[in-house]
Design a binder for this molecule. Sequence first.
Ligand code: PRT
Ligand code: ZN
Length: 304
Amino acid sequence: MVNESTSATTRLRIAIQKSGRLTDETERLFKNSGIKITESHDHLLAHAENLPIDILRVRDDDIPGLVMDHVVDLGIVGENVLEETTMQREVDGLYTGYRRIMQLNYGDCRLSVAIPAEKEWHGLKDLEGLKIATTYPFLLKRKLTEIGVNFKAVLLTGSVEVAPRAGLADAICDLVCTGATLQANGLKEVETIFESKAVLIARDQELYPEKQAILDLILPRMQGVMAASESKYIMMNAPRAKLAEITAILPGAENPSIIELEGSPDRVAMHVVSREKVFWETMEELRRLGATSILVVPIEKMLG
Ligand code: PRT
Ligand code: ZN
């Protein structure tokens, strides 16, 4: 049992999306960072089993406000929602302070303008005087005001992509990932106005020392998980004479370890960590340079 009166000062409280596009990746990040959360999705508040951390499961739209109102210490949310909510709260006269702790490597999407596929497009000035359906009126207004374009926002919180066909709007401004939803609705993406990823944010007050200590423990772990997910461990046997060329084509490679091969003075075993993705083309290039037994292995955790 958690004592609620002391938990406010000693247990780190983190708000995450209850159920949606950020949920699985956020839970995976916690799990790989050694934070064991109780499985239940039904409860608003879940406790980590092995660390003094409480997880608040809420709608993503509520996360920036919970951090800015100091109800939680940390939150994970898309930059799109964070920016939009900040502008909304400024207009409402609410507090908008927060600290950006780190960008995460998931939740990638872009906020784009889309119009019916058959319409011509010359640029954002084409939107002058049009009705644009969106869930992000503030981000859209910020962009269009910069270039002096007036428009009428039609505020929709879902099914934005059907608005033009339903006669509710001339264009839309919505989140896009693959573009399949736009295409399925007879729309074409014409201009990106904001790019977004998930971010970890914190309340802008200093944390209680107990909570700061937990953050200091989990932050390097989260950074390690993210660095590992993008990195690969590459092993191969290679001609000694080609080592410089081989290292040069490996993306983000650090100093390789070179191991002598018994009975083969001209060839060595080479082990290297690459900080970026390794594509088939790179492996084929390695083979052309004389490398053999090329193995690319995922890395689970990295520290130091
Ligand atoms: O219930 P709750 O309010 O918590 O969730 P929600 O429905 O508001 O949000 P959710 O789960 O859809 O998205 C959460 C966050 O994920 C967003 O705020 C973005 O930061 C991020 N994200 C990443 C996306 C997408 N990718 C995405 N593709 N959010 C929405 N979409 C939509 C897009 O608008 C389109 O309608 O997904 C649909 C499919 O996209 P395509 O282009 O791949 O077809
Ligand atoms: Zn939402």
